[in-house]
Design a protein around this ligand. Structure first.
Ligand SMILES: [Zn+2]
Length: 248
């Protein structure tokens, strides 16, 4: 989510132009970069345009708050984009174990509130379960994502829930409780494959694909982009329908 999209986009373009001047496919690419090149190819195959891919030392970012780690396992075989959702739905787990890093202990009430919203959806097979110790599916941690980026989620790949959520705790500290919880609730949605509901207005590519039975835009959607600090704080009726449609 972004507070100031134009500023962020300008910064992104500057970085992308710099990144474009070197070939990711060069045979001289050192071995440790091989997987990063595969990840970049995968992002392109998903349909995201080159100029929306922002390279960071350990990851690529698209649409402001979606992370593709350079060391991720790239799915093999044919890709299909599936709401405004993308990649694949989560099929490896129904009770998603979420470990919250101690760096976010100050936001535990907001995290509980965000989880409670997803878990309150009736007839939805996916739920979030806090796992203080032991194995987990998703790690949520504090991270300085820079000015304007409130949080970052990770899409599922090959049916496996996105494994990382980062929250820019210092940046959202000035927001009220409901808006801090919104940021967390929004990123949880990305990790179960939801795209930005307002992808078209936000100029995002590839086009979002309607969640079956839940087409169109929704001003009340908590999954709208670019609304950190000002957006919906409650999952909308259509957000709930989308979750029920994807995870019956
Ligand atoms: Zn987002």
């Amino acid at each position: 989510m972004k507070k100031n999209m134009s500023f962020v986009l300008m910064a992104l373009f500057a970085i992308v132009f710099a990144a474009c001047s070197k070939s990711a496919d060069s045979p001289t690419t050192p071995p440790q970069s091989d997987n990063a090149a595969k990840v970049r190819e995968y992002i392109l195959k998903l349909g995201f345009p080159e100029n929306q891919i922002v390279e960071h030392p350990t990851e690529f970012m698209v649409e402001g708050d979606i992370s593709f780690p350079k060391n991720m396992k790239v799915p093999e075989g044919n890709l299909k984009s599936e709401q405004y959702y993308t990649g694949s739905t989560v099929t490896n787990v129904t009770n998603i174990r979420l470990k919250v890093d101690a760096s976010l202990s100050g936001l535990s009430s907001e995290i509980n509130s965000a989880i409670a919203q997803w878990n309150a959806i009736p007839n939805c097979s996916v739920n979030w379960v806090l796992t203080p110790t032991g194995p987990y599916d998703v790690l949520m941690t504090n991270a300085n994502l820079g000015n304007g980026v409130c949080g970052a989620g990770t899409f599922p790949t090959n049916g496996v829930v996105g494994n990382l959520i980062r929250i820019n705790a210092a940046y959202i500290a000035g927001n009220n409780f409901a808006q801090r919880a919104r940021t967390i609730c929004h990123e949880l949605g990305h990790n179960i494959s939801l795209r930005h509901t307002n992808w078209a207005a936000a100029g995002e590519n590839p086009p979002g694909i309607d969640v079956p039975g839940v087409p169109g835009t929704d001003a009340s959607s908590l999954m709208n982009a670019g609304q950190c600090g000002i957006g919906a704080t409650v999952l909308s009726a259509k957000d709930i329908l989308a979750a029920q449609s994807l995870y019956p």
